[in-house]
Design a protein around this ligand. Structure first.
Ligand code: ACM
Ligand code: ZN
Length: 540
């Protein structure tokens, strides 16, 4: 009996230790670089002031979301002041001496919160941390009564591991309205991610208004049928609904401004030379065969791609000129993936091009295509990003490679001292199954549970330090062949995107899947408050 009592006592002691150890940290995702929990709390009230030692529009943006949340959910209007004398005050300092441009220091004491960062982006991320530390109802869009709006006293020093922390959304296979795109950007920013890759053109739909080529939206943005069920089902079944949509340039400007307020840069993708059949349906003269083509409503790789006749270059350059004008990002993604060379190998004009330019084969012709785009975009002050197929036939001199078929392309590019964004399908493709197929809604395939996404390290151990420095970061890709609704998009993306966010932000040494799962409970309660329809498949 004595023995049992001793065991129970020991067990209780251990549990107690575990509980107090737990309190030594806060449940933030991504996990901060350094964090020390103090005693007590800071409680927001209508008297709370926020002091901006530098007051400008960017600093106003940095605090806008937290202010809006407090107003909508707590009914608290944060008073902005220029001096830090209030009895209950958040003081935001810009300190250019802080080495990490997006980093921040956050010191919460019972009557004062000190926030310091080198840039307004750092202040913004500190505000996101405060938001996550507040009761989850802060993320509801209606007032919650009887809540004590407190955050624990804590000292945090935090900065991102990578400068590129992204999510991609395919709006071609299925179209998502501006309201959802904005929501997706909100989610990104909430997780301290800073790049939204907008996949705007593909075989099944062209989604961006181009003033010079009105048929791209009149014709290329709509299809007459869409596959139901899986690509490999036999027989195939079709939904015969006229389907599509596009964003006007005004809408795109609106989304860019929205993203800027959340410190998110939008990388537009205009696919070439493949995944272009929607454009060819409107302008068949840009193909090798001359068409005709219609918009397809099933998935996979299409044989018909842009021809390398001069006419095509004129078209894509006109398109890219409008895109470069619209988007302030320093990069434009030009695709480059999955472009079969069959049509080029049989096309007189393409074979003439190969001869004239002294190229070895169709792979070098693709490389020529991409290089021309790089040269052209350079005149617009932009650099290119391409999928890892742009390595084939030789990389364009300044191209950044998005490594998707694995990490090998990224490794090869980094060894050539090219910048790399890691998006390997085995780890961060958000269209893959995240649980047992039998338990999940229809998806394209694969099996990428949360743990596998979490365990991905974007910097391969085989790279030397100077090569590893070219790994700009990591991105989750949400391809939407099988994702027709907003609810399903959220289900597929979350919480795997939270795992990607932690990989992108937190030091590798701070990462631990079980600890992540513990912290995830709090994040999920915020998701619930936001109405984010995430998956719980990781618990099965
Ligand atoms: C890709 O998934 N085809 C880039
Ligand atoms: Zn051709």
């Amino acid at each position: 009996m004595k023995k049992i009592t001793a065991i129970i006592a020991a067990l209780l002691f251990t549990l107690n230790m575990m509980a107090s150890e737990k309190k030594a940290t806060v449940d933030l995702i991504p996990v901060p670089v350094h964090c020390k929990v103090g005693k007590g709390t800071f409680t927001f009230s209508p008297k709370t002031e926020i002091c901006l030692t530098t007051d400008n529009p960017e600093m106003r943006n940095a605090i806008a979301i937290l202010s809006e949340r407090l107003e909508r959910s707590a009914g608290i209007q944060l008073n902005v002041t220029a001096n830090a004398k209030g009895a209950q005050v958040i003081v935001c300092w810009l300190n250019p001496a802080i080495p990490h441009k997006e980093g921040y220091k956050l010191h919460v004491t019972p009557h004062r919160i000190e926030v310091a960062a080198a840039t307004p982006a750092g202040i913004f991320y500190a505000m996101q941390s405060i938001r996550q530390l507040l009761p989850a109802t802060i993320d509801k869009d209606s007032l919650s009564a009887g809540v004590k709006w407190s955050v624990p006293c804590v000292e945090i020093e935090d900065y991102p591991r990578y400068p590129y922390r992204g999510l991609m959304l395919d709006v071609c296979r299925h179209f998502f309205p501006v309201s959802f795109v904005k929501k997706y950007i909100d989610y990104l920013a909430y997780h301290k991610m800073n790049r939204f890759h907008w996949h705007l053109t593909d075989d099944q739909g062209w989604r961006i208004e181009i003033k010079k080529y009105p048929k791209l939206t009149e014709v290329s943005a709509f299809r007459d049928r869409t596959l139901i069920g899986h690509y490999s089902d036999k027989p195939r079944r079709w939904d015969m609904t006229h389907y599509g949509g596009y964003y006007t340039q005004d809408e795109i400007r609106e989304v860019i401004a929205y993203a800027q307020k959340r410190f998110v840069t939008i990388i537009p993708e205009i696919e070439m030379p493949g995944h272009a059949e929607a454009a060819l349906a409107a302008y068949p003269n840009l193909s090798c065969s001359g068409g005709p083509f219609e918009l397809v409503g099933d998935w996979g790789i299409r044989k018909d791609i842009y021809c390398t006749r001069e006419e095509t270059f004129q078209f894509v350059q006109d398109v890219l000129s409008e895109v470069a004008e619209l988007f302030p990002a320093p990069y434009i993604h030009i695709g480059g993936d999955e472009a079969p060379k069959l049509r080029w190998s049989r096309c007189f004009a393409c074979q003439e091009r190969i001869k004239k330019e002294g190229l070895k084969d169709e792979h070098e012709l693709q490389s020529y295509f991409i290089r021309r785009m790089e040269d052209f975009l350079q005149t617009k002050g932009k650099r290119i990003i391409g999928w890892d197929e742009i390595l084939e036939g030789g990389l364009a001199p300044n191209a950044t490679v998005m490594s998707w078929r694995g990490t090998e392309g990224g490794i090869a590019a980094a060894r050539q001292h090219h910048d790399v964004i890691m998006t390997p399908l085995q780890s961060v493709y958000l269209d893959h199954y995240q649980g047992k197929q039998a338990d999940e809604p229809l998806a394209i395939g694969g099996f990428t549970p949360l743990s596998k996404t979490y365990d991905f390290d974007p910097t391969p151990a085989s790279l030397k330090p100077d090569e590893a420095a070219h790994i700009l970061g990591v991105q989750g890709n949400l391809w939407t062949e099988y994702i027709a609704t907003e609810a399903y998009a959220e289900y597929m993306a979350f919480p795997r995107a939270a795992a990607i966010a932690e990989t992108a932000w937190s030091p590798q040494a701070n990462k631990d899947f079980n600890a992540f799962l513990n912290r995830l409970n709090l994040l999920l309660s915020h998701y619930d408050a936001m109405g984010l329809r995430y998956s719980r498949s990781f618990q099965k």
